[in-house]
Structures are given as C-alpha cells and as structure tokens.
Design a protein. Sequence first.
Length: 227
Amino acid sequence: MRLRLPEERPAEPPTGYKIAHPVLSHDGTRAGFTGVSLGAALPYGVLADASCVYGLRHRAPHRRCDCGFHCVHERAAAEALLCTAEHRTAALLEVSVLGAYIRFEQGFRYARQRVRVATVGPCACGAVAAALADAGWGRPGRRALAPSCAGCVHGRTTVSLASFARLAGDGLRVVAGSAGTPQPTGTDGLGVAELAAEAALLQARLDWFQTQLARFGEAGPDGGRQG
C-alpha cells in the first residue's frame, strides 16, 4: 500500500518568504529574480511556473525530486539567510504559493508563485538604497543587480526601485528596507520620498558625466593635456 500525503484546499493562497537576487535583462527591458540555491540558473518573473532543474519531464513539485520553488513560512527565517556573505545583496521576497505544493515543517515546495513584495537591503555603504545597480555578475542574458544609494552608483547600469517594479510588472511592489519604516515604491505613483530618491539618483548620474567631460576637456582635442 502506498501512503498518500494529506491534501489541503485553503481558501486563500498561502504566503511564504524567500530570498533572491534582482536581475535585469541585457537590453534593460525586463526585470525579474534569480534564486540563491538549486534553481539559481533559471531566472524567473513575478508570476512564474516551476520546472525541474534536472531536466526531467515530470511536473514540479515531484515527491521523489527536490524540484519546484522553495520558500519558508516565517519572514524572520528568510531574513536570517541574508546574513551570509554571498546573500547580503539579495532581496527578501514575499510570495503567494500557487498551484500544487508540498508542506514541510519550515516551508513549502510548490509549482507556481507570485512575488508580491520585494524588499531590498541597504547600499554597501550603509545608506538606504535608492536604486538597484549592476552587481558585477549575472546569468546568460541577465545582469544581477545590488542595492545602491545615489552616491555609490558611479556610472554603473542602474534602475530606480520604481522602474524595477514597472519593468517586472504584475503588480510587484519594491520597498527599500531601513532602520525605520520601509518606503514603498510601487507602480501606482511616487510620493515625496520616492521623488527625492529619483532626483538624487539623477544628480549622481549628472555629476559623473560632468566629471568625465571635465577629464576630456583637460586632455584637449588632440589627446594631449592643455596648459
């Protein structure tokens, strides 16, 4: 006799928490996420279906495989994963667990998900993030992004938090975590704090361009320094 797992039919999709790295397509038109463990090679969007990372043709999650999306029940458990060095620049995701799922003591393994909220941590300098900038690594066709303040952008490929939410679509909200209250930057409009962050980011880009122009001016039109 083969034992069957108990079935659940919740009225609302369960909520889970996980961490992932924000990514931007090479042409800058699409945004999404890539995982930090087994499925790291398969970037996904806000609304996505899981597939077997081993290339097997069964549906995820399969009882005899470890494929499928993974998340934990408690937000604090996901936040604890951000303490490791390799995960410091990852975002904390709040997801809706959709489709078939297998419940474990600490979380779910499941077939489909919707990312509702992505919380990004502070810039490497400790300031509240105003944007997501090129992290210096990526996947084929995807550029990984890391939280950055306006002063640390330094000419890197950058998108504001609101722009990332817009490119990702499907109602995603992106918030900047801080010591105080997180600041939402969704697609329904920008408040004073969001506009200030956008202005600071534009000013940082302008300052960088002005520095480059000044260097060209010092070199002179023939490549030599003016004196």
